[in-house]
Design a protein around this ligand. Structure first.
Ligand code: UFG
Length: 339
């Protein structure tokens, strides 16, 4: 059963490729390697014991996408990860985010329709909730204005999927997964988060600081209306998150979905502050972290974490990895990178 994984060489994509293969699917990667390295393919081979097919193309290139569907023949579904993903960067480069994130979805949907492929799992984000009135957020929590262009692209992509599904000639069945904050790495330490240049995200910045690559971590603000003043997020281990995709793909293929578009939060259900993450990292790894408090980062939401009930009840999905173990796995990956 072939599943096309756009952005399959990326952070969440590569971990999902492993879980797909281990669940008996045949993942086929499409990636332009704009924010990933070909060494990911070596890591996949080391974990799985075989190569994974990878087409080096841009998802916005309809002709190239068509050729992939035709060359592969029997693709049953698509998991669409390929996108830019940094909240802060999106504030600086909004047009690049709209072009890449919205544009590639439009192209993919057109091509899927032409090729008769009807199953889609879309990488959405808890950023669609904007600054929520109540925590935790359920899937029914109204979406508020997004705090960043990145978040807006995810809102727009969700709307595009809904409108496409509402069209009279629709063939598309979609599961929208709203991710909270993925962290950590595969237990083998053969794949993990591989930021090119200075990391935007918290955990790679922490591990690079502990490894001496960065001088110190700046915590973006400690004057938020949260228990310790720093932002609160729901940090989910990337392998747990990857497993949610297997449940979603299987549900689509079995036509068990109760609606033509279904939406799930994928988080742990717990919120942790930036300071808690720093302290837990120090405890889990024995590393002392050099950090200071800096100004707020534009586009940051003060606090958000998931109500994970729907994914548990409907998808049968539950996270199993603690924050401590997730951070320990991120450190193990950083050490492996150093070697
Ligand atoms: N942070 C710092 N210092 C840093 C980096 C981050 O204090 O050097 C803080 C941020 O202010 C935020 C928290 O750490 O409070 C997490 O920031 P990340 O950049 O790691 O994650 P975001 O919450 O901004 O965004 C991430 C992904 C998005 C995804 C989102 C869902 O990058 O793709 O989680 O919340 F949509």
């Amino acid at each position: 059963m072939k599943i096309l994984v756009t952005g399959g060489a990326g952070y969440i994509g590569s971990h999902t490729v492993v879980e797909l293969a281990q669940a008996g699917y045949e993942p086929v990667i499409v990636d332009n390697f704009s924010n990933s390295a070909t060494s990911v393919l070596d890591g996949l081979r080391a974990i799985l014991g075989h190569d994974v097919t990878c087409h080096r193309i841009d998802c916005g290139n309809a002709e190239a996408l068509h050729q992939v569907f035709k060359a592969e023949g029997n693709i049953q579904g698509v998991i669409h990860f390929a996108a830019f993903k940094a909240v802060g960067e999106s504030v600086q480069k909004p047009l690049a985010y709209f072009d890449n994130n919205v544009g590639s979805l439009l192209t993919l949907l057109e091509v899927m329709k032409d090729e008769g492929v009807t199953n889609l799992v879309f990488s959405s984000s808890c950023t669609v909730y904007g600054i929520p009135d109540q925590l935790p957020v359920t899937e029914a929590t109204p979406t508020k204005p997004a705090s960043s262009p990145y978040g807006r692209t995810k809102q727009m992509c969700e709307d595009i999927v809904h409108d496409t599904s509402g069209a009279a000639d629709n063939t598309l069945h979609t599961i929208l997964l709203r991710y909270f904050n993925p962290i950590g790495a595969h237990e083998s330490a053969r794949i993990g988060e591989l930021p090119l240049g200075t990391p935007n995200n918290l955990v790679p910045f922490i591990t690079q600081t502990a490894a001496g690559i960065r001088e110190k971590l700046t915590i973006f603000g400690n004057d938020y209306d949260t228990p310790d003043g720093t932002n609160v997020r729901d940090y989910i281990h990337v392998v747990d998150l990857a497993k949610a995709h297997i449940a979603a793909v299987q549900r689509l293929l079995d036509r068990r979905a109760s609606d033509i578009v279904e939406t799930f939060n994928v988080g742990t259900g717990h919120g942790n502050s930036v300071l808690e993450v720093v302290k837990t990292f120090e405890e889990a790894t024995g590393q002392k972290l050099n950090y200071s408090i800096g100004p707020r980062r534009v586009g940051d939401v003060p606090a958000i974490y998931a109500d994970a009930t729907k994914a548990a009840e409907v998808l049968g999905f539950k996270t199993t990895t603690s924050l401590r173990d997730s951070l320990a796995s991120a450190w193990k990956w950083q050490l492996a990178l150093g070697k």
